[in-house]
Design a protein around this ligand. Structure first.
Ligand SMILES: NC(=O)c1ccc[n+]([C@@H]2O[C@H](COP(=O)([O-])OP(=O)(O)OC[C@H]3O[C@@H](n4cnc5c(N)ncnc54)[C@H](OP(=O)(O)O)[C@@H]3O)[C@@H](O)[C@H]2O)c1
Length: 273
């Protein structure tokens, strides 16, 4: 998606940690001038890498957001509410929150009652421009503001709009926490490769390249993962033997239960905040 809708807009990130850094880097790479961006954080060290990008850095959140059109809230969920309250935002400023588990009602309580707010759930592949973000907007977000929010998150990957806020729990379970599941499978494959006699770095390279290749194939092919799997599973072959052992161990069922657990935890966190 083009960043032309962000032209002439001032964008401030409050919280200048890893996710903020990936988003700001993505925006600069997508052509947004560094001088149209601001980074605010309590940690001077965190701000140094933003200064290195030419992004003005602030240790005072309110000063950094005073002239912002878009305020990206990228602090940890635990501190979000007091941080947002202290900003005293104007009602025309678009708030985009990436904080996991913080519901819109909590964000709304800390801002104007008609503040336009987009709540979203990115994931860590955003750090390498390969993220996927689910977004949900409150009713004060106009079509033009939706386009701006989507353009901002598109700078680090793909975006999907959701029609119901509660679906963010499912997004959290699938794609928010999802990278960890794939890393977990990779860890087990690397362990097995080493047990089978490969050098650790060889086992790691084979595993990571295979994961990357499988994801690329699934992404680019016109068919489903189930068909792709069937295509590489010859009866009586090596893949069939491995998959039969996985099935006997109930792996697919465990994965489904695990994602239900993650979604439940996401809903619990939203209730806590
Ligand atoms: N990482 C992910 O995979 C991921 C995925 C989806 C959503 N998120 C959400 O993204 C948000 C940021 O995550 P992250 O991984 O980027 O965290 P992070 O690296 O810890 O960044 C948060 C930054 O906010 C700073 N901060 C703390 N209090 C502040 C305050 N009062 N004013 C300004 N800045 C303050 C922190 O400084 P100190 O370190 O000095 O406290 C830190 O530099 C979280 O809400 C998280 O739920 C993360």
């Amino acid at each position: 998606m083009s960043t032309s809708s962000l032209h002439n807009l001032m964008i401030t990130t409050v919280g200048a940690g890893n996710m903020a850094y990936s988003l700001i880097t993505g925006l600069i790479q997508a052509g947004v001038p560094a001088k149209a961006l601001r980074a605010a954080d309590v940690s001077a060290t965190q701000l140094d890498r933003f200064r290195a990008l030419g992004v003005p850095a602030f240790e005072d959140n309110a000063a950094a957001t005073a002239d912002a059109h878009i305020v990206l809230v990228a602090v940890k969920p635990q501190v979000l509410q007091p941080v947002l309250k202290a900003l005293s935002l104007r009602r025309e400023q678009l708030v985009i929150s990436i904080a996991a588990g913080i519901p819109l009602r909590t964000l709304q309580d800390a801002t104007a009652s008609d503040q336009p707010i987009v709540r979203c759930m990115p994931n860590t592949p955003a750090l390498v421009g390969a993220g996927i973000t689910g977004l949900y907007a409150n009713s004060f977000v106009t079509p033009a503001l939706r386009t701006q929010a989507a353009a901002l998150l598109s700078s680090v990957g793909r975006v999907l709009w959701l029609e119901d806020e509660s679906l963010l729990d499912a997004v959290t379970a699938v794609s928010g926490s999802g990278p960890a599941y794939f890393f977990y499978v990779m860890e087990a494959m690397i362990k097995a490769g080493i047990e089978l006699g490969l050098e650790p770095d060889v086992a790691a390279t084979l595993t990571v390249e295979t994961a990357w290749g499988a994801a690329k194939l699934a992404r680019e092919s016109q068919t489903t993962p189930a068909t792709l799997r069937a295509n590489v599973t010859s009866p009586g072959g090596t893949t069939a033997r491995a998959l039969a052992i996985m099935n006997d161990a109930g792996m697919a069922d465990a994965i489904v239960r695990a994602l239900h657990g993650a979604a439940e935890r996401s809903a619990e966190l939203a209730r806590e905040f």
